[in-house]
Design a binder for this molecule. Structure first.
Ligand SMILES: NC(=O)c1ccc[n+]([C@@H]2O[C@H](COP(=O)([O-])OP(=O)(O)OC[C@H]3O[C@@H](n4cnc5c(N)ncnc54)[C@H](O)[C@@H]3O)[C@@H](O)[C@H]2O)c1
Length: 412
């Protein structure tokens, strides 16, 4: 329990999938970690008054509003937490920074490089006035991932040679799954690439401390036309009156629309320091629900992480005597592992939602102590530059496409 009287009054925009995940984290963070400020769940924003009132009650917010501009205009809000689709990230975050609010913005930072660059530039300017910003790549906060980074930073893997990263889902394998916002370029920016590929791009750059410098990519949209949705939230959606054969109850096909994003993206990459990497992001990996896997091979060892076993790391230490070599399974639940001393005794496992609680912990601590949290908006721009390079490479028949360093492009 926090021992401070200082409050950070949070206003959150969006109340569905990430809205619920962030609310859980805001509800929990002060009670698990002793922080220099208490997060207060002051205001939640959504466009439908009835639904957002219900969400405020269910998720634990003091009050609600139906316009994010009201939220930003209020002088009793210190932090703006952006949990909307990518098409509104830039507008909301830029307005919030201009109003002097600290900003936590979900990933990917924006839908385009130019939006992300404007956000990164505004964040750099705001830093001078003590205004902080962070992009929500929550998987950095899984203790096993943070531990993976420590192993690399401590030199336990030696010289890094390979990164192998996949993020696989299957929630749109059914061609009758409706055309939700995630399948529309104007709302989402890109498909599997920006939604889940962005996570493995950030995670591998974070763990290795290296930047992706160039890519060669292929992308595919397997199902090009889908029925329009009646409603959607997170990865779930409904079609008006649809039956199993894809027809409506009256035998007529529901109205359809074009899918304008990739269903899958596969690319090879170089990271600085001579690292070769492969990346795969797909929503068509039948049977794979949320399978994020990363393996890093170095001259002295290998480390591997699988989100479906998120309390564990596989570690191969090539410096051990030949007779003892082999992969060991590290259960990342000891008090000395990142974040874990605040939770349960060793061996008592944590889950997906804890990554968000850890994200809020790091954000609150950074804001309250006056330091810049990571990943910054510049880090978010770095990921956006890779997403853009992958898209351009795929459009040009997989031609090799360089990725600029983000900071140089912000300064330019
Ligand atoms: N970090 C992660 O692991 C993770 C996981 C899922 C989604 N995301 C990201 O979170 C963001 C939201 O995704 P989601 O899955 O929660 O989507 P969602 O469809 O479940 O929820 C979006 C919410 O935004 C609201 N909204 C949309 N436009 C709005 C506006 N102009 N004003 C106010 N509210 C508005 C919707 O009403 C809804 O409440 C996206 O950027 C997505 O990429 C991150």
């Amino acid at each position: 329990m926090s021992t401070t009287d200082r409050e950070l009054r949070v206003g959150m925009v969006g109340y569905a999938f990430m809205g619920a995940a962030h609310s859980q984290a805001w509800r929990t963070v002060n009670r698990v970690f002793d922080l220099p400020a208490r997060a207060r769940m002051s205001l939640i924003c959504g466009r439908d008054a009835g639904k957002v009132a219900d969400a405020a009650d269910r998720l634990g917010w003091d009050a609600y509003t139906t316009d994010w501009r009201d939220l930003i205009a209020r002088d009793d809000i210190d932090v703006v937490d952006v949990c909307t689709p990518g098409d509104s990230h830039a507008e909301i975050a830029l307005a919030a920074l201009a109003a002097g609010k600290h900003v936590l913005c979900e990933k990917p930072l924006a839908n385009t490089v130019s939006e992300a660059r404007a956000m990164a530039a505004a964040a750099v300017t705001a830093q001078a006035a003590g205004v902080r910003s962070m992009c929500g790549f929550n998987y950095r906060r899984v203790p096993a991932v943070a531990m993976m980074r420590q192993l690399v930073a401590d030199g336990r893997l030696g010289v890094i040679r390979h990164v192998r990263a996949t993020y696989l889902q299957d929630w749109i394998v059914d061609p009758q799954f409706p055309l939700v916002w995630r399948l529309q370029r104007d709302k989402a920016g890109s498909g599997a690439l920006g939604d889940i590929g962005a996570h493995i791009i950030d995670l591998t750059q974070y763990v290795t401390g290296r930047r992706i410098t160039g890519v060669s990519a292929v992308t595919e949209t397997f199902v090009k036309e889908r029925p329009l949705p009646a409603g959607s939230s997170g990865l779930a959606a409904t079609v008006d009156g649809a039956t199993a054969d894809g027809n409506g109850a009256d035998g007529h096909r529901p109205a359809t629309g074009a899918v304008t994003v990739d269903d899958a993206a596969v690319f090879v990459a170089r990271l600085d320091g001579g690292v070769l990497a492969t990346y795969e992001a797909s929503r068509f990996a039948t049977g794979r629900k949320n399978a994020l896997r990363v393996e890093i091979n170095g001259s002295l060892g290998t480390v591997a992480f699988d989100l479906e076993r998120l309390n564990e790391l596989e570690f191969y230490d090539a410096t051990r005597p030949a007779a003892e070599q082999g992969f060991s399974r590290i259960l990342v639940t000891e008090g000395e592992h990142p974040y874990m001393s605040a939770w349960w005794p060793p061996g008592h496992l944590i889950g997906y939602e804890h990554s968000f609680t850890h994200q809020m912990r790091d954000f609150v601590e950074a804001v309250a102590t006056g330091v810049d949290p990571a990943p910054s908006f510049v880090d978010g721009l770095q990921v956006q530059l890779v997403l853009d390079a992958v898209t351009r490479s795929a459009e040009l028949g997989s031609s090799w496409t360089e990725v600029e360093p983000a900071l140089a492009t912000v300064a330019a």
